[in-house]
Design a protein around this ligand. Structure first.
Ligand SMILES: Cc1cc2nc3c(=O)[nH]c(=O)nc-3n(C[C@H](O)[C@H](O)[C@H](O)COP(=O)(O)OP(=O)(O)OC[C@H]3O[C@@H](n4cnc5c(N)ncnc54)[C@H](O)[C@@H]3O)c2cc1C
Length: 393
């Protein structure tokens, strides 16, 4: 009989884990609390380390077809007035010949690709369900679902994001912590000549402009906000316009066109810092449930896919399930902690509101930024290099 896994949460981590485990012969049930597939309409950037994992999962070509490649990995830095002061290049250094350094993609398009593979692999998806109770035993998990049904499985994955119910049930002391930043995002029509990833900088503020498809781009602005700050949804467009009004150049036309009808999202950014192990008996946390990061390195999605691929490889390698989970909890926390730490530092440096200090930071970036990008990806590669992908899902 096939081993059975129950995956709670159909985000990037849950969908990718479902694909990885279904490919290696597990019977997969995926439950999602939303009653219909709902996609946050803004985009996501996936860097080459995440794309390598998508390739391993067999979904890469469709992702590329749906998204927008920043083919040379160029990231252009602009001052608030739109003048350029720096360019950095993200590497395409992870496995494969057809490497792409950065892919921008609408989240909805990413999920469409993943859900097509879930159907093809026969993953049972149950929407509008959550888990009410869990009994984690040494060799199985007994889960009581919100629809009144009970499911006994060999493994349960908590892939239910920052406010994970699975984590609350088994690790109630771990709480998300507020990062001090709010992020404002909006979606716009992409002018044909806007093909770079752009990062605009002003004291205390950053505003990214990122192509996510042939037709669209998104704006991504970060600003320190007090804990507990709350804004009425109907005010989001006006607030986003005013928060980032200092930016001119290419940002101005997009900020000017924001109205109450625009696709605008506000998110108070939280982190989940959990030392590990991320499993208790046969219950394992993956993705943001275990290691949500601030978004400054754009790595949360890549880390979620990598969790899925690493788990699939370990289970496919013939290790007993418990040993595979132990190994997972050795391999993944150092990588995710590294990403969280670097991302936090980048956030803090961008939050410098004093104009003189801000100018010093930009000046220093001129000689250090490319090296930092290269060092970051080299370290990610080193940290991941001992993970065998010989037994790919
Ligand atoms: C502003 C912002 C920008 C970002 N930009 C990028 C980027 O450019 N690149 C990048 O790689 N990463 C980025 N990230 C991070 C990335 O979005 C996350 O790391 C990633 O979505 C994590 O995926 P996940 O599946 O673990 O969690 P989620 O995406 O949160 O998915 C969790 C799923 O579980 C469901 N769920 C929740 N609770 C329950 C429950 N009790 N029962 C059942 N289902 C449940 C949810 O509805 C959801 O579908 C960004 C994050 C933020 C906040």
């Amino acid at each position: 009989m096939k081993p059975r896994v129950l995956i709670v949460g159909a985000g990037i981590a849950g969908c990718c884990a479902a694909i990885a485990l279904a490919r290696i012969g597990w019977a997969v049930t995926l439950i999602e609390k939303q009653s219909a597939w709902q996609f946050q309409s803004s985009g996501i950037f996936v860097y080459s380390n995440g794309l390598a994992q998508f390739r391993t999962l067999g979904v890469m070509d469709e992702m590329v077809a749906a998204g927008f490649q920043i083919a040379d990995g160029r990231n252009v830095y602009l001052n608030a007035d739109g003048s350029s002061f720096l360019e950095t290049f993200y590497p395409a250094r992870f496995e494969g010949d057809d490497q792409i350094p950065i892919l921008g993609i609408r989240r909805a398009d990413m999920y469409r690709v993943l859900s097509r593979h879930l159907s093809e692999l026969g993953v049972e998806v149950r929407l509008g369900r959550t888990v009410d109770e869990l009994h984690a035993q040494p060799a199985r998990v007994d889960a009581q679902l919100s629809d009144g049904s009970r499911l006994v499985c060999d493994l349960l994955l908590g892939a239910d994001g920052i406010r994970s119910r699975v984590r609350q049930l088994l690790w109630p002391d771990i709480e998300p912590r507020y990062s001090g930043f709010g992020v404002w995002r909006s979606v716009h029509r992409r002018p044909a000549d806007l093909t770079d990833k752009i990062m605009m900088m002003a004291p205390g503020l950053r505003l990214g402009i990122m192509p996510i498809s042939q037709r669209q781009l998104y704006l991504f602005g970060t600003v320190p906000e007090p804990a507990g700050a709350w804004f009425a949804r109907e005010d989001w467009a006006a607030l986003m316009r005013s928060r980032f009004a200092v930016f001119h150049g290419p940002a101005a036309q997009f900020l000017d066109e924001l109205t109450v009808q625009s696709e605008v999202l506000y998110t108070a950014v939280e982190e989940v810092v959990m030392a590990g192990p991320w499993h208790h008996h046969r219950v394992l946390l993956i993705g943001d449930a275990a290691h949500a990061s601030t978004p400054f390195m754009g790595q949360g999605g890549a880390m979620a896919v990598q969790d899925a691929v690493v788990l699939g490889c370990l289970l496919a390698s013939g290790l007993p399930v418990d040993s595979a989970l132990d190994r997972f909890s050795e391999l993944r926390p150092p990588v995710c902690r590294f990403v969280q730490d670097v991302s936090r530092q980048v956030g803090v440096s961008g939050a410098q509101a004093d104009a003189l200090e801000h100018a010093k930071i930009l000046h220093a970036m001129g000689s250090t930024a490319q090296q930092r990008v290269d060092d970051f990806y080299a370290q990610l590669e080193r940290l991941g290099s001992h993970i065998s992908t010989g037994n790919t899902p």
